[in-house]
Design a protein. Structure first.
Length: 455
């Protein structure tokens, strides 16, 4: 007989959930999190390159960000949060406009503004209204464009594919086979071993990459170190926060505004994607009513950005969704309570796992040679999911055509260009019907109020 768990505790707009009290231990998600901390660690090279930050100080920022990830499921947001990945190139271009010694101030002003704006959107209720009233074509284009940008980041000149061509090809192929292949799903129905492997998400692909990369000469064999990692909070606090470098000048806040708005467009796409993926999973699990509230999500990730801007500025930013892992978790959640008791348990224990992994030196040292592969894998899965979900946001063939143009412009020219082009196209094509979102039956099985089909 399965144990019953307490109902969440109400706290204003939040629903508080604690492990073992409100959800059970999900060992598969926890184990996957131990290894997938490799992607969180992938932010360290970005900070070293842009800010000249020592490894241990950058690790301290990753650890602090990791702890704040826990706020989402604990406060009622049923997602696995992550970076604002497609916006990282936009922020990198902005920071490169400043000398190295001014980039910390530029990053602080940007992240503080982004967090404050997100909190404003959530507190006023505008976030949910924006998600509801933005035309289907524009929503679809933003999500598809984010997917294209994620894929483009892997295969661009000088990208990770050039460093790990064989490893990425094999690891991604295995991950897609385990997650999306109809043949493997049929095998899972007949084989307990296959069902177990499939329940592990992309963990098998990551572990295999540890072996494949050295075999193909794309990375050295890992040198396992024992003990506990030592993030340097003192250096982080004294040299990379407002307490050490002071507040940025007012003009930096002004110059950050366009980049903040462009990054928020990407955030908006992540919010749409989170809502769509959960809506698709909802049809499989009538036993649990999962409510995704964009306003609540904005309050949480907006608060994370504000806190990080003060205590540990992070150029990967604090986003509402890690699309690849969110999909991996919901795919297993669809299989029923025996596979995952609650979506909050899957999302929560994954993030408890990544936080544990950041402190275990054997795991950090094992994964360090293939951090680029782990990041490429999550980007490609995010791209796959974004394009699939984005297409299903379209309600007509015209929507789909407009979305394709928006997506291409966004991927090539950036979020601000894509958003502006989308508004102009929608005004020209739909005119007075801008907000109507009429359907021509393109996706007959698509619910009228949701952006993804229920199967």
């Amino acid at each position: 007989m399965s144990r019953s768990y307490a109902a969440p505790w109400k706290a204003g707009p939040f629903d508080v959930r604690l492990p073992f009290v409100h959800y059970r231990f999900e060992w598969r998600d926890y184990t996957q999190g131990l290894v997938m901390c490799a992607v969180d660690l992938g932010a360290i090279p970005l900070m070293q390159e842009l800010l000249g930050m020592p490894f241990e100080a950058a690790l301290a920022i990753v650890v602090l960000n990791g702890l704040l990830y826990l706020l989402h499921h604990m406060l009622g947001d049923p997602v696995i949060p992550g970076w604002i990945t497609p916006a990282i190139p936009l922020l990198t271009l902005y920071l490169n406009e400043f000398p190295v010694e001014q980039r910390v101030h530029a990053l602080i002003s940007f992240q503080l503004l982004l967090g404050a704006f997100s909190i404003f959107m959530g507190a006023t209720g505008l976030a949910a209204r924006v998600v509801r009233f933005v035309p289907n074509a524009l929503r679809a284009g933003i999500v598809i464009g984010a997917g294209l940008a994620a894929v483009q980041g892997v295969f661009a000149a000088g990208g990770r594919f050039e460093t790990f061509p064989w490893t990425i090809t094999i690891a991604v192929g295995i991950a897609f086979f385990l997650m999306y292949s109809g043949a493997f799903k049929r095998l899972q129905a007949r084989s307990r071993a296959a069902d177990f492997i499939g329940s592990l998400g992309i963990l098998p692909a990551i572990l295999l990459a540890v072996v494949i990369a050295p075999l193909f000469g794309e990375a050295p064999w890992p040198t396992i170190e024992w003990g506990v990692s030592t993030p340097d909070f003192v250096t982080m606090f004294t040299e990379y926060t407002v307490f050490g470098v002071g507040l940025p000048p007012l003009m930096m806040f002004v110059t950050a505004v366009p980049t903040v708005l462009a990054a928020y467009i990407v955030v908006f796409g992540d919010v749409i994607q989170a809502k769509s993926v959960l809506a698709e999973a909802d049809a499989y699990r009538p036993d649990e009513k999962v409510v995704y509230n964009p306003n609540r999500a904005h309050l949480i990730f907006g608060g994370r950005n504000v806190l990080m801007s003060i205590f540990g500025p992070d150029n990967a930013m604090c986003g509402p969704l890690w699309a690849a892992m969110h999909v991996t978790t919901t795919e297993r959640y669809k299989k029923g309570p025996a596979s995952m008791q609650s979506i909050f348990g899957g999302a929560g224990w994954f993030r408890w796992g990544t936080n544990t992994g950041l402190f275990l030196l054997p795991i950090v040292s094992l994964l360090q040679p293939i951090l680029g592969v782990a990041l490429a894998l999550t980007l490609l899965i995010q791209g796959f999911v974004s394009i699939r979900v984005g297409i299903m946001e379209a309600a007509s063939r015209t929507d789909l055509g407009v979305a394709g143009i928006i997506a291409a412009i966004l991927a090539v020219k950036g979020a601000a260009w894509g958003f502006a082009a989308g508004i102009i196209l929608c005004l020209l094509i739909y005119t007075v019907d801008f907000f109507k979102n009429d359907s021509d039956g393109l996706f007959a099985d698509k619910p009228a109020s949701e952006g993804a089909p229920r199967v």
